[in-house]
Design a protein around this ligand. Structure first.
Ligand code: AMP
Ligand code: TRP
Length: 341
């Protein structure tokens, strides 16, 4: 159910915290590109304000933000068709994030599984920003009145919280100002799993580099990581149901399907009966064929940092043009005086 009062608009973001993985690519960026090509207005952000909820070395953050921009472009995002920028250049995100921090309830935040996962037993030592992170994410989306949010499975709860914040704001202020954005979670790889443990998500922050494929890995490294991926001694069955209880095998099938633009059902029908000794080289060749051109293009783009910064600045100007009037109306609805000239 999309709100009809609002023009369809796509917003999504990724943290520039380094090690962009195959999970980010298949779960997010590849789908950002598909939505860009669908003709809807698309706005994609490098969420540096979210990244600093955990410690970031300043030089590394600068590098990672540019590298993420290079990855977006190398994967097919086009700065003319989509608005591409880093979050901190558009101050409306932080301002609306504050207002939403006053709308969201502590009880809602306490249910967020990503905070619990990241904080573990050390919640007391985490930053206040990490705890309030979902309110800023809601602001990212709603400051554009975005209606669709392409994300991986792990972000579903945050988009649902965004809907709750929009609904509470609308209810409290007796308005229908904010839309109810929809998470868009589809494709064969909404949750790419670790290559070392098929029950854990492939993650930027996993201590083992062998657990993930990074978009900057060279062909040899990609092939090596796939060769070393954990599997089991059974051959591949002829249907997906028979992969139940074999999470590592299922993950490799899903990755193959997503990279090749197929359904997992189609892949399993083609490779049934194969041992992993046969299937892994096929997957490695496919992964290298799809990822190497992206890695090469990222390297080329990173050779001209001034151009990347120019693209981000121009994107931020376009983003601010949409966000600022929405923020101003929000202040007004809440009773804040805006009388500066
Ligand atoms: P993050 O790296 O946490 O900023 O995530 C950026 C985007 O990538 C979000 O939409 C995530 O849902 C998505 N994502 C991250 N890891 C994975 C994964 N292992 N599988 C699928 N999507 C993922
Ligand atoms: N929280 C998201 C993640 O960790 C990143 C993010 C921040 C985001 N703001 C967003 C995603 C707005 C979609 C829309 O992956």
């Amino acid at each position: 159910m999309t709100d009809t009062k609002f023009t369809p608009r796509v917003f999504s973001g990724i943290q520039p915290s380094g090690n962009l993985t195959l999970g980010n690519y298949l779960g997010a960026v590849k789908r950002f590109v598909e939505m860009q090509e669908s003709g809807i207005q698309t706005i994609y952000c490098m969420v540096d304000l979210h990244a600093v909820t955990v410690w970031q070395d300043p030089e590394t953050l600068r590098h990672n933000t540019r590298e993420l921009a290079a990855a977006y472009i190398a994967c097919g995002l086009d700065a003319e068709k989509s608005i591409l920028f880093n979050q901190s250049q558009v101050s409306a995100h932080a301002e609306l994030g504050w207002l939403f921090g006053c709308v969201a309830r502590l009880g809602w935040m306490n249910r967020m599984t990503q905070f619990k996962d990241k904080a573990g037993k050390n919640a007391e030592k985490m930053s206040l920003g990490l705890y309030g992170y979902p309110a800023l994410m809601a602001a990212d989306i709603l400051v554009y009145h975005a209606t669709h949010v392409p994300v991986g499975e792990d972000q579903k709860q945050h988009v649902e919280l965004t809907r709750d914040i929009a609904a509470k704001f609308n209810h409290d202020f007796k308005t229908d100002f904010f839309p109810q954005p929809e998470p868009v979670i589809d494709g064969a790889a909404t949750r790419v799993m670790s290559l070392r443990d098929g029950t854990k998500k492939m993650s930027k922050s996993d201590p083992s580099d062998l657990s993930r494929i990074n978009m900057t890995d060279n062909a040899d490294t990609v092939a090596k990581k796939i060769r070393k991926a954990k599997t089991d001694p059974e051959p591949l069955p002829d249907n997906l149901e028979d992969l139940a209880g074999r999470p590592e095998a299922r993950n490799l099938i899903n990755i193959y399907a997503a990279l090749n633009g197929q359904k997992p059902e189609e892949v399993i029908a083609e490779v049934s009966g194969q041992q992993f000794g046969q299937f892994k080289p096929l997957l490695a060749d496919l992964a290298v064929a799809k990822l190497s051109p992206i890695g090469d293009e990222m390297t080329r783009l990173m050779g001209d940092v001034a151009e990347i910064d120019r693209i981000l600045g121009a994107g931020a100007d376009r983003a601010a043009e949409i966000a600022e009037p929405i923020l101003a109306q929000t202040f007004d609805i809440m009773g804040m005086i805006r009388s500066r000239r």
